[in-house]
Design a protein around this ligand. Structure first.
Ligand SMILES: NC(=O)c1ccc[n+]([C@@H]2O[C@H](COP(=O)([O-])OP(=O)(O)OC[C@H]3O[C@@H](n4cnc5c(N)ncnc54)[C@H](O)[C@@H]3O)[C@@H](O)[C@H]2O)c1
Ligand SMILES: O=c1ccn([C@@H]2O[C@H](COP(=O)(O)OP(=O)(O)O[C@H]3O[C@H](CO)[C@@H](O)[C@H](O)[C@H]3O)[C@@H](O)[C@H]2O)c(=O)[nH]1
Length: 446
């Protein structure tokens, strides 16, 4: 099939490449000329493992091309996929200006029947709005399909090629066979529903996953006070198939371009129909607070942070991505700076993106994790990049001014820490080493 994918960000580029791999003829379109120019040189504008090799292979085999010309690309395609951003407005609602802009451009470009398939995450009713906008610009017939995307950054290609399910929302049943054919090879598990339900499935899924994370983070906070270990608790809970073991990793909370924005948008979607989504409001509240446990633990160990040197490992919102949108690291680093610390930062991939958004004279940019640790009073691990798992912790302790390690992602095992001389704090697990050692505040409870 002939496809035009509008927006070559994390979703559009990965989807475009994977649809090309599946034998389709794909044009990836972006209004950002710099992105298109990079792509034409076989260079990916985003970091996503495996993407560059697939861009090159599909382009060489003539199935994939890149263009800044939306009009021409739409005319040459049967299916137009919308993958533009839907960021948050200040009040939390989804900002639909890119969707609306692209819909108008598509309408203006059309010279015959098209299927418009929305992959962007959009509030319930948006596909109807897309239909209205397009119809004000064209007399040609078209159909609108909602096909929300569920890929995760860092494993986006695998997620696209082997998804748990594909959701297709349509109001023209005649399109179902074509949608099945388009996704053939990815999965047979295609759930066809109405457009509004498809739009809601996306928000409900993200909100549920965010709820799991805030839930386990609150359990972790209680574990610390009662002397339990949240990793054991999560493992035991996850053995119940009704609960499942995924998304029960306690830490400094969720970030990224999706969970924070989509939970807020769903609260607004509910609010617009006079429904207060209290559970989700609490999920968001818990998540906002969770990152600051890093600062509390630093205070416990070091007292005032004025004049302290703090190493920070990891700036991306999760490993294997260069994306720093809504990364918990941002607020943690800002708090450290505000408290008068010098902060030594290291991230294997995302440091440049982070620095473009936030820089300060108290920040020192480091090229290696060991460099960020040397002479520091404490290290805070904020992103669970695999490079941190294999660090020589004995050598690390020796290079530091004070031997405090705050592990915001529960990366290290008890065995790895034992004998290193580090005072080790993690999330919802017993403290190890240090003057206080592990002293659960359970005196009243036992
Ligand atoms: N990032 C993810 O992991 C992920 C996963 C699932 C769903 N989503 C959803 O998918 C959508 C896209 O997310 P993203 O992270 O890929 O966004 P992104 O910001 O990385 O990319 C969006 C791209 O669209 C381009 N664009 C905007 N208007 C355009 C127009 N009129 N013509 C051509 N190009 C245009 C922008 O220049 C940009 O390159 C959002 O709704 C998001 O919520 C994202
Ligand atoms: O047990 C867990 C799992 C994740 N996280 C954090 O949650 C955030 C999001 O992680 P993840 O879901 O892996 O990454 P995203 O790329 O944001 O993907 C989510 O958001 C996308 C955009 O909507 C959806 O398509 C995906 O299905 C959904 O998982 C990150 O900060 C993680 O560190 C935890 O703290 N604990």
């Amino acid at each position: 099939m002939k496809l035009a994918v509008i927006g070559t960000g994390y979703v559009g580029l990965v989807s475009g490449v994977c649809f090309a791999l599946n034998g389709n003829q794909v044009i990836c379109v972006d209004k950002d000329a710099e992105k298109i120019s990079k792509l034409n040189q076989m260079e990916s504008p985003i970091y996503e493992p495996g993407i560059e090799a697939l861009i090159e292979m599909n382009t060489q085999e003539g199935r994939l091309s890149f263009s800044a010309d939306l009009r021409d690309s739409v005319r040459r395609s049967d299916i137009v996929i919308l993958a533009v951003g839907t960021p948050s407005l200040p009040g939390g609602e989804a900002d639909l200006r890119y969707i609306e802009g692209a819909a108008a451009e598509i309408g203006q470009a059309m010279e015959g029947y098209k299927i418009i398939m929305t992959k962007s995450t959009v509030p319930v009713g948006t596909n109807e709005k897309i239909r209205q906008i397009i119809s004000t610009h064209t007399r040609h017939p078209f159909d609108v399909v909602s096909a929300p995307e569920f890929l995760r950054e860092g494993s986006a290609i695998q997620d696209t090629l082997h998804p748990d399910r594909i959701i297709v929302g349509l109001d023209n049943p005649a399109l179902e066979p074509l949608m099945r054919e388009l996704h053939q090879g990815f999965t047979d598990n295609i759930f066809v529903t109405d457009i509004r339900s498809a739009e809601m499935i996306k928000y409900a899924s993200n909100a549920f996953l965010a709820t799991k994370i805030s839930f386990i983070n609150e359990i972790a906070n209680i574990c610390e006070k009662v002397g339990a270990d949240v990793t054991e608790v999560a493992q035991g809970m996850g053995m119940d198939r009704r609960i499942g073991s995924s998304f029960l990793q306690a830490g400094i909370g969720y970030g990224g371009s999706c969970f924070p924005k989509d939970t807020n948008a769903l609260i607004q979607i509910a609010g617009n129909v006079d429904y207060e989504f209290k559970l989700l409001e609490s999920v968001v509240e818990v998540n906002k607070g969770q990152r600051f446990m890093i600062i509390s633990k630093l205070h416990e160990s070091l007292g005032s942070l004025r004049g302290a040197v703090i190493g920070v490992w990891g700036l991306a919102f999760k490993p294997n991505t260069d994306d720093v949108r809504e990364a918990p690291a941002r607020e943690i680093v800002e708090a450290l700076v505000a408290e008068g610390a010098t902060v030594k930062l290291y991230d294997p991939i995302a440091a440049d993106n982070f620095r473009q958004q936030y820089d300060h004279p108290q920040l020192r940019w480091c090229g290696l994790p060991e460099e960020a640790a040397a002479g520091s009073d404490a290290i805070c691990l904020l992103t669970d990049w695999s490079v941190f798992k294999d660090i020589d912790l004995h050598g690390l302790a020796e290079s530091m001014r004070r031997q405090v390690l705050i592990d915001g992602r529960n990366v290290y095992s008890k065995e790895q820490i034992e004998g290193t001389g580090l005072e080790y704090h993690s999330v919802g697990r017993p403290q190890m080493g240090g003057l206080s050692g592990y002293s659960p505040s359970v005196a009243g409870a036992v």
